[in-house]
Each structure stands twice: as structure tokens, then as C-alpha cells.
Design a protein around this ligand. Structure first.
Ligand code: 3HC
Length: 711
């Protein structure tokens, strides 16, 4: 079945792209051939005055090149050719002698936007689902079908770099302000507006198909552009530490395209595309794209078990603190369901509802939410001090104080106030769910849902069934998590679950290194260079020292000496230092903003900070503590697959995506090499580095976490 169908609106040809059997439109080899054939044919049809390109999909224009095709190519030359062929096809569109209009609704990304850029006129809808962007660098690539050359010419150098280098997408109104599209209209009149534009442009003749120049200022002069290139390079290196080659390569291609002309730009573009596509970084990032998509289809159940997830229409949230409010606001904004919040005092309920509403307000301000939806969603939020409104809740999530007895009481009260069908989820980061559920009347409907803070921004959710949780409850929680926009992993009910388990020894090690005198900013820099978004000391300040100390204590109790925390946190807490939240942590927070290190901390702890001459050992101690724990926990079956473990580490703690996750990284280093380094650290630093038994076995038997790592 063809993907492209043609119809006529008077003398205007309307090409509708609707890839059969696929949820989104993508530019694969077959679609490219169809587009080429259509434009070649229309060129000869002189009765056709203009062409409109539109999508037949509900919410995507075109999601870009077909990433799946990338996995079948292996050589640099093959990727170069793929990019070149894309460029040639789009040149054909640009060279079409009559106006070509892109009518865009929904995701218009990567090659999809590049196709729109090759058209002579672009109209998009104002719907929040309409996103225009070039996300290629997030896959370790660069826009390879002319985007690096055309975009700066259309919207100016600075604005183009603002989209290409971070791989950003923009909604319709912003795209219009940038000059990326010529008109932005409601969805209902998209085609009609495109048809009118087609008639207008074809009446204007050849002038209409000529590209109009940008209207930028600094970018127009050679010296001005040099400033922009230099700043973009500096900013990129500051963010990536050179770990990601794609943004720098894209910057270089943009520069060539502007300084040496379009032809040179296109050559540089397809050459760099070929180079980048075969880098391990790109392979890993593409692997994460597919792993995340595969997780979206995983019901979280053990093999052979099936269940029917129940739709959640009404949610109850107990505890209106930061987490509870975050869960309530996220549920309303993502799923549009009624949420009832309960807390012990009305003032707390009010505060919680306000911060839940703030999530919606932020979306309204960024125009990710219409005023109508904002009003509708805020009306879905309510709260009180009793259980009114809980009797018909499908799911209740408690996010109260991290204390076993308190959580047990909340569970008992909730069971008394809710129906025979209500699922009870506890949001805890460390307390075993089995302990909380021990006296439950309906343990089959109790499980853990571990959200990360801030809930509306952190993409991960750990769902933790006990051995008594029913399959229906698991499937329902997983489906609900996904509905509110989370990537969900189902993990074993084991202290710390997955994310806090692997994080604990890493945070402990940072404490040890600090107490040995390694300066806080050095520790942070070592890890941001490795690829984490923030270092461990900053993370402690962000999480809250009290929260971290409490979690560390639970983990120490559960796992013994190996996870003994350093004395640092206790001493900091004795000085009432809670981190960013009370403006007193490792770093200074004048006016709430993080500034430099608080040097008084060294005196407080009796330390003389000194940067180690060789930071390799510092990095190894931090990284290998995490790798070893990840291997150990994976060996204990805490995660259902290496994929889940790696996605959990990347989305939960910001483990560097380009390294593919800790388990993938162990595979890449080789389990035997990891064991050898751990043994050396065990000798040099202490017994906590004793390699996990499961890792030693893997090394001995030459096994890997992933089947494609072997060999
Ligand atoms: N290639 C291949 N498959 C794609 C795809 C693409 N570009 N975009 C989406 N898909 C697939 C997904 O894998 C998923 O497949 P599955 O159902 O078999 O698992 C399906 O389409 C639906 O995707 P989502 O579940 O992600 O749907 P959403 O509605 O949540 O999101 C989207 C839609 C915003 C388009 C999102 O899928 C997305 O961001 N896609 C990737 C966009 C991208 O990175 N484009 C750049 C590609 S590289 C490129 O264009 C190179 C060029 O410069 C030469």
C-alpha cells in the first residue's frame, strides 16, 4: 500500500502522507522513493499550480528519518549515502518550479522538519502536539538532510544553533516567532489556509518560490558570526565535556554551510552524518530510544502471566507535601483525571493544592496547555482533611512521612475508607513494601510506586509489587504510570529497590572522598566530566542531607558494613545543614541560587581540602562503587532485565546516556576488566570494593548482560 496519496483542490495538488500500519510517519527508503516519484511526475503536470504536503496521521506530521533503518546499516559510507540521498530528495522539493507548502500538524521532527524546510512555505497548527525540531543530536547524529544548511539561512545563525545543538523542539507560536513557519493556525483550518496560501503564492509566480533571507543582525556580519560560533562551542563544551561529538560536529557543519556556501555545507553535512552514525555514542543513544519504546509496551508482568489493567479515573493522594502535590499535579495534567488530596491539616492541603496547580500554571505559561484545558484541569483538583471523595477512588497513592508505622496506619485507614477495588500504592524510596503491606486486608492490591523528585519533571517511576500483589494491580499501576508520562520499570521489593540501591554506595563513596579532603567542586567536576548532569555533592544538596542520611541509614541496616555511610552527613546535619532547601548545605545559596562552595564546611569537619594529583582513582572509586552494586543487584534479580536496569539508572539518576547505562558499560569494559579494577580498589581502598559474586562468575564464564555484547 502506498504511503502517499494525491488529491486535487482546484489546480493545487495535495499530497497526503500516511504510512500504512505505522503509528507515525517516517521517512524510510520506500517513502522517499514515493515522494521523489510524486514530485517528478507533478513537475511535468503543468496544470498543477502548487503542491501541499500534509499528513494523514492524527498527531504526527513526520517523525523524521526511520531510525529503525539506521540499525541495519553498519558502515560510515552507508550512512553518508543515506544522508546524501535525503539531501538530493529534498533538493528536488526545493527546486520544484511551483510553490510547495508544508501543512504541519503534530510532531515535525528531524528529517520531517528538514522536508518542511525544503518547502517554500510552512503553515503549522497552534496545537500543543505540534512540535517542530531537530532532535538528531539526542541520537548522537546531526540533521543530515539539509537542516544544518537551510535552518540558519531561514531563521538566523543563533536561533538555528539554539534548535540544532540541544536538539530542541518548538511549539507552533514559538516557531512562528522564530520565523520557522510562515503562519500558525488552528487545526480545523490548516488545509484551508494552506490552499489559500497555495493560490496566493502561485499567483505571485516565480518570486514566491525564491527563498527569503533571514532578518537577524549579529549573524549578518562575519565578525558577528565568529562571536556566535566561539560562544556556541564554549557553551557546548561546558555542557558536554566533549563526551558528545554530535553538537560540535553540527556546529562545524553550520559554519561551513554559512561561510563556504550551501554546496560545501551539504558535503560537510553528509560526511559528518556518516562519521557520527557509526560512533559508539550514537549507537548507545539510539539503543536507548528503542529500549524506552520497548518499555512502553511492557506490561511489567512475569513471562506467561497476563492481566487486564484497569483504567484509573479517580485518584486519591495522601500527603500533600512536595511529593504528594507533585503526583497530584502530574496526574491531573497528564491524565486529566479527578484527584482528591488528603492531609491532616487544611493549611497543608491548601499548600499542596497550590503547588499541584503550579505545575499546570507553568505549562500554561509555556503554552503547553491551553487556557481551556488549564481551567478544566484545575477544577479536577480538590482536597480535604478527611477521606471524603476516596470511596470511589480507583487508586490511592500515599506520599506521607518515610516511617513504617505511619505508612501502615495510612494503609489501614485507607482500606477502611475505600472500595473493594481500590489499589493502594505507597511512594517510598527505601522501606520494603512487604513490610508496609504486612497487615493489609487486601495485600493483593498493595504495591509500591516510587516517584522521583520533582515528580512532574523526573521521567522515571519504579513500580514495586510484593510477592502477594496481584497481576491486575501490577498491570494497572504500570499502565497508569505510563499514562502520566513516566517510563516505568517494575523492580523487586528489596531495600532501596533499584535506583536507590545503586546510588547508595556511590553517595557513600563521595562522602568518604570528601572526608579524605577531596574538595567538593572537584568531586562534582569529576562526575560531570564522566557525564552525569550533576556531581554527587550537588546531588546531596538537592536531595536534602536529611533525606539522604535517612536513606543511607536504612540501606546500611539492610546490607551491613559494605554500605556503611561516611560520617560526613551526620556532622553536617548536626550543624543544621539540610542542603538547598534551607540554604545551608555544601554549597552556598545566596537568594536561593547555587553559588560556590561553602568553605566553612571544611572547618566544620576539620578538613584541609586538597585536589588529588591524579583524579583517575577518584573517578574509579565513584564509578566502580556504582557499577559493582548494579551488577550485584542485577544478579539478585532486582530488575527484570539489563534494559530495565540501564534505563532506570539513566532516567532515575542521570547516569550518562552515551555510556548506555551501568550494565551496558560493564559489558563494554568487559566483566573481567571490571572485576580486575574492583580487586585493585579492594586492595587499595577497602573491602567494600569486593567484586559482586555474580560479576566474578560472569567474568569467569565470559558472560555479558546483553547478548549483543558477547564476542
Ligand atoms: N523512526 C522510527 N520509528 C519511530 C520514529 C522514527 N523517527 N519516531 C517514532 N517511531 C516509532 C517508535 O519507535 C514507536 O514504535 P513502536 O510503537 O513500534 O514502539 C512509534 O513510532 C510511536 O512512537 P512513540 O511511542 O514515541 O509515540 P509518541 O506519540 O509518544 O511520540 C514522537 C511521537 C514525538 C514522534 C516520538 O516518537 C519521537 O520523538 N520520535 C523520534 C523523533 C526523532 O528523533 N527524529 C529524528 C530522527 S533522525 C533523522 O531524522 C535524521 C535526519 O536528519 C536525516
Amino acid at each position: 500500500m502506498p504511503a502517499l496519496t494525491e488529491s486535487r483542490a482546484g489546480s493545487v495538488a495535495v499530497l497526503t502522507l500516511d504510512l500504512p500500519g505505522e503509528p507515525v510517519n517516517k521517512l524510510n527508503a520506500a517513502v522517499k522513493a514515493e515522494l521523489e516519484a510524486a514530485f517528478a511526475r507533478l513537475r511535468t503536470e503543468t496544470a498543477v499550480s502548487a503542491v501541499i504536503l500534509i499528513s494523514g496521521k492524527a498527531d504526527t506530521f513526520i517523525a523524521g528519518a526511520d531510525i529503525e533503518e539506521f540499525t541495519r546499516l553498519t558502515s560510515r559510507e552507508a550512512f553518508e549515502r543515506l544522508s546524501l540521498e535525503g539531501q538530493i530528495m529534498l533538493q528536488m522539493v526545493e527546486d520544484f518550479p511551483r510553490p510547495v507548502i508544508a501543512a504541519i500538524h503534530g510532531a515535525c521532527l528531524g528529517g520531517g522538519l528538514e522536508l518542511a524546510l525544503a518547502c517554500h512555505y510552512r503553515i503549522c497548527t497552534d496545537h500543543p502536539k505540534t512540535q517542530l525540531g531537530l532532535p538528531e543530536v539526542q541520537l548522537g547524529l546531526l540533521p543530515g538532510a539539509g537542516g544544518c544548511v537551510r535552518l540558519p539561512r531561514l531563521i538566523g545563525l543563533s536561533a538555528a544553533l539554539g534548535i540544532i545543538l540541544p536538539g530542541r523542539s518548538e511549539i507552533g507560536p514559538k516557531a512562528f516567532r522564530l520565523g520557522l513557519v510562515d503562519e500558525v493556525v488552528p487545526k480545523s483550518i490548516l488545509l484551508e489556509t494552506a490552499r489559500k496560501a497555495a493560490e496566493r503564492l502561485s499567483a505571485a509566480g516565480a518570486a514566491a518560490v525564491k527563498r527569503k533571507g533571514g532578518h537577524w543582525l549579529l549573524d549578518r556580519t562575519w565578525p558577528g558570526r565568529q562571536i556566535v560560533y566561539a560562544k556556541a562551542r564554549r557553551d557546548t563544551l561546558k555542557k558536554t565535556f566533549g563526551n558528545y561529538p554530535a553538537p560540535l560536529a553540527a556546529l562545524e557543519v553550520v559554519r561551513v554551510g554559512l561561510e563556504r556556501g550551501r554546496a560545501a555545507g551539504f558535503v560537510a553535512e553528509h560526511k559528518k552524518f556518516g562519521e557520527l552514525a557509526v560512533t559508539p555514542v550514537s549507537r548507545r543513544l539510539i539503543g536507548i530510544f528503542f529500549a524506552t519504546n520497548a518499555l512502553k509496551k511492557d506490561d511489567g508482568l512475569p513471562a506467561g502471566v497476563t492481566a487486564v489493567p484497569r483504567a484509573i479515573e479517580r485518584l486519591g493522594v495522601i500527603g500533600s507535601g512536595f511529593m504528594g502535590a507533585g503526583i497530584a499535579g502530574t496526574a491531573v495534567s497528564q491524565a486529566g483525571i479527578g484527584v482528591r488530596v488528603r492531609d491532616t491539616e487544611l493549611s497543608r492541603v491548601g499548600k499542596g493544592l497550590k503547588s499541584a496547580t503550579d505545575i499546570l500554571t507553568a505549562k500554561l505559561k509555556r503554552r503547553r496547555l491551553s487556557r481551556f484545558d488549564y481551567e478544566r484541569q484545575t477544577a479536577l483538583l480538590s482536597g480535604g482533611t478527611d477521606f471524603a471523595g476516596f470511596h470511589n477512588a480507583d487508586l490511592v497513592i500515599e506520599a506521607v512521612f518515610e516511617d513504617l508505622e505511619v505508612k501502615r496506619t495510612v494503609l489501614a485507614e485507607t482500606e477502611a475508607a475505600t472500595s473493594e477495588a481500590t489499589i493502594f500504592a505507597t511512594n517510598t524510596s527505601t522501606i520494603p513494601i512487604g513490610d508496609i503491606a504486612a497487615q493489609a486486608r487486601h495485600p493483593e492490591r498493595v504495591l509500591g510506586m516510587h516517584f522521583f523528585s520533582p515528580v512532574d519533571r523526573m521521567p522515571l517511576l519504579e513500580v514495586i509489587p510484593t510477592d502477594r500483589t496481584s497481576a491486575d494491580s501490577i498491570a494497572t499501576a504500570v499502565q497508569f504510570g505510563r499514562k502520566i508520562g513516566k517510563t516505568v520499570i517494575v523492580v523487586r521489593d528489596h531495600p532501596g529497590f533499584w535506583v536507590n540501591r545503586i546510588l547508595t554506595p556511590y553517595m557513600n563513596e563521595a562522602g568518604y572522598l570528601f572526608s579524605e579532603g577531596v574538595p567538593m567542586e572537584v568531586l562534582d567536576r569529576v562526575m560531570t566530566r564522566f557525564g552525569f548532569p550533576v556531581g554527587p555533592i550537588t546531588l546531596l544538596d538537592e536531595v536534602g542531607l536529611d533525606v539522604a542520611a535517612k536513606a543511607g541509614g536504612v540501606m546500611h541496616k539492610a546490607f551491613g558494613d559494605r554500605l556503611t555511610p561516611s560520617a560526613v552527613l551526620g556532622n553536617m546535619l548536626a550543624d543544621k545543614r539540610l542542603g538547598r532547601k534551607n540554604g545551608r548545605g555544601f554549597y552556598l545559596y545566596p537568594k536561593g541560587q547555587k553559588a560556590g562552595p561553602d568553605e566553612t564546611v571544611y572547618d566544620l569537619l576539620g578538613l584541609k581540602p586538597a585536589k588529588p594529583a591524579d583524579l583517575t582513582l577518584t573517578e574509579q572509586r565513584l564509578v566502580y562503587s556504582l557499577l559493582n552494586e548494579a551488577a550485584m543487584a542485577a544478579g539478585e534479580g532486582v530488575v527484570r532485565s539489563p534494559r530495565d536496569g540501564d534505563i532506570g539508572a539513566i532516567f532515575g539518576i542521570g547516569y550518562p546516556p552515551f555510556r548506555g547505562g551501568p550494565l551496558r558499560y560493564i559489558d563494554d569494559l568487559g566483566p573481567a576488566a571490571v572485576v580486575a579494577t574492583l580487586r585493585a580498589l579492594e586492595q587499595q581502598v577497602g573491602p567494600r570494593f569486593q567484586p559482586a559474586a555474580s560479576l566474578v562468575r560472569m567474568a569467569e564464564q565470559n558472560e555479558h548482560f546483553y547478548s549483543d555484547s558477547a564476542g
